[in-house]
Design a protein around this ligand. Structure first.
Ligand code: UDP
Ligand code: MG
Length: 322
């Protein structure tokens, strides 16, 4: 990889989707915190197809402060891809990923950096409390991370988003991972290195609303599972064997009942119930296989991961190959 510029000590990557009201406050708080760590910083804002005036705000900032960079996507590509683009563009020896809605307090970067200085290569911010989020979101998130932990071999930290600081070494490896379905927190766990956590209370969103619709959340969960586990496929196989065994026993019983007990099992109900049951199981199984095939398909197509409409960053071409 060509050596890019410079002596940037710390890069901060912020994905932005409809955050116009908060951008200036976000910038102020980031600037205050990060400039205490080093004056050689860069902020990389990735505008992920916002429908509001986020881009204008970012352009304003980048004119005021030469250390502010922006990447404007041609449309909404999703949070994980926005962060990936930021990683591609970053130069810092340490790189911070933080949400743009101030749910992740910028002031915590000081603590993340302190741990980094102690020699950790990945310092992630672990949510002790989550304020102002729906019970549904909290429960599903809790459940998801616990299921993920059970079915994957790698140690993905519980209750942790992408808010974290990572060392350049780790960023370089991350940027070389070619997969199209990004699940960064899993990929970073997979890479290893010395990792540690810092606890924090997640604030509630001040303005706007979540950009993670239920659909996006489901896709994200699916990506996490299929990227790091083959368990669903094995479960389908086991289910098949189990059900075959059960049906075999029922067949034996039916024969026994007909010839020995002289009582033939009859009826529409038993037929319909069993055929619907097996129909359902088969469709689910095909769906599970389909999820994996769709991943293969995406990776075979090798489309660029994102399209940039405009930027003032120098991009490496890993993910946006021409
Ligand atoms: N975001 C994004 N693209 C999207 C959805 C969200 O870049 O399609 C950004 C958003 O602006 C925020 C971060 O990703 O900075 C986290 O999103 P959000 O706050 O909507 O998720 P939640 O905190 O509700 O999980
Ligand atoms: Mg949020």
């Amino acid at each position: 990889m060509e050596e890019k510029n410079k002596n940037i000590d710390i890069s901060v990557i912020v994905p932005i989707y409809n955050e116009e009201q908060i951008i200036s406050e976000l910038y102020d708080r980031l600037q205050k915190t990060v400039s205490q760590i080093s004056e050689n910083y860069e902020f990389i804002f990735v505008n992920d197809g916002s429908k509001d005036h986020s881009l204008l705000e970012l352009l304003k900032l980048s004119e005021q402060d030469p250390r502010v960079f922006y990447i404007n996507f041609s449309r909404n590509f999703g949070h994980q891809i926005a962060v990936t683009a930021g990683l591609d563009a970053s130069n810092g020896k340490a790189v911070v990923i933080i949400d743009g809605d101030l749910q992740d307090p910028p002031e915590l970067i000081t603590d993340l950096f302190r741990k980094y200085k102690e020699g950790y290569e990945v310092v992630y911010a672990k949510r002790e409390k989550r304020k102002g989020e729906s019970a549904f979101k909290k429960v599903t998130a809790k459940l998801f991370y616990r299921i993920l932990k059970r079915i994957t071999a790698i140690d993905i930290p519980l209750d942790t988003g992408d808010f974290r600081l990572i060392d350049r070494k780790v960023v370089n490896y991350l940027n070389q991972m070619p997969e199209q379905n990004k699940f960064l927190r899993g990929q970073i766990a997979w890479l290893g290195f010395k990792q540690t956590e810092v606890l924090f209370n997640r604030d509630k969103r001040k303005y706007g609303k979540t950009g993670y619709s239920l659909g996006k959340m489901l896709k994200f969960a699916m990506d996490g599972i299929t990227s790091f586990s083959d368990k669903p496929l094995q479960m389908v196989t086991k289910l098949g064997f189990g059900l075959s065994l059960v049906s075999f026993i029922i067949i034996l019983y039916a024969i026994y009942s007909h010839f020995v007990l002289d009582r033939t099992i009859t009826g529409w109900t038993s037929l319909i119930v069993s055929s619907m049951f097996f129909g359902g199981v088969q469709l689910i199984s095909i769906g599970v296989i389909g999820e994996y095939i769709s991943r293969i398909n995406k990776n075979v197509l090798k489309r660029p991961l994102y399209i940039i409409e405009k930027t003032n960053c120098q991009m490496s071409t890993m993910h946006n190959r021409k």
